[in-house]
Design a protein around this ligand. Sequence first.
Ligand code: AHM
Ligand code: MG
Length: 280
Amino acid sequence: MKEIIKAIEKAAKRIKKAIEFSDTGYSEHTNKTGDVQLKLDIASDLIIEEEFKKVASIKTIISEEKEEATLLHESGRYIVGYDPLDGSSLIDVNLSVGSIFGIYEQGINGSDLLGAIYIVYGPRTEMVVALEGVTLYRLDESGEFIKVKDIKLNQKGKINATGATQKGWAAYHKKLVDAIFADGYRLRYSGGMVPDLHQILLKGGGLFSYPSTSDAPKGKLRLVFEVFPFAFVFEKAGGRAIDGKKNLLSLQPQHPHDTSPCFFGSNEEIGRVLDEYARE
Ligand code: AHM
Ligand code: MG
C-alpha cells in the first residue's frame, strides 16, 4: 500500500505540472462515457499508468479513461480504479480539479475497497489518504507531501452541494433540497466532485448530492472511479455515503463503468436524505 501512495504522489506532481503548463485543448478521442477527452485527460492517464507500472504489488489498473482493465503484474495483489483528471472541463476556467483512486483487493465491489486517495489541484496541491482514518497532506516548497491534519466530520454541517440539472430532478428530491436550504444551508457547487467534496470534508460537514434524473436514472458519477473512493473517505471521516436508500459501499457494479445516484455527507444530512427517499 505504501508504494502505491508513493506512486500516486509522484504522478500527482507530474500532473500538477501538466495542468499548469501544457496544452489544455481537446483531443480527437472519446472515452467510454462518450466524453471528448482533453489532451490533459490522456496525459494524466498515461502518467499514472507509467508510475503504477513500477509498483509490483499492483495487479490490475482500471481507468475511467479506458474501456478495459489493464493487467500490470500477474503476481500483484491490488486492483487500482481511478479517475486521472476529474472535472477536467473546468480547467479552461481555471477552477480546481482532482485525481481519485480506489485501492481494491479481489474485486471491484464497494466491499473490496481497502483504501482511497484523492488529489486536489487548486491554488495549493493537496492529497487526502483514507485508510483507517483520513489524513490531509499538502505539497510544500521542497516538493514533498507533508501531513497537515486528520480529517473528522461534525454531526451536521452548513453546506448543500446540489448536483445534476434541476429540470431532471424528481419532485421528492427537490423537496429535500428546498427543505435543507430553508434551514439556512449555503449552496457551494463548483461542478468538480473533488473540490466540492473536499470543501465539505474540511468545513466540517454538509451534503453533496448527485441524484437520479429523468434523463440519467442511474446518475452520472461512476462507482469504481469516483463514488466508492469518496464513500470510503466519508465513512472513515465519520460521515456517511448512500445511494438514497442503501450504503454506497454495499453496491456491486456489473461493469467497471457503472454509475449510481450518490449522496455524501455528515450524519444528520444523510439522515434527512434517508427519511425523504423512504417516502418516495
Ligand atoms: P468528469 O469525470 O467527466 O470530469 O465528470 C465528473 C464531474 C464531477 O466532478 C462533478 O461532480 C460532476 O461531473 C458535475 O456534473 P454536473 O455538471 O452535471 O453537475
Ligand atoms: Mg470523473
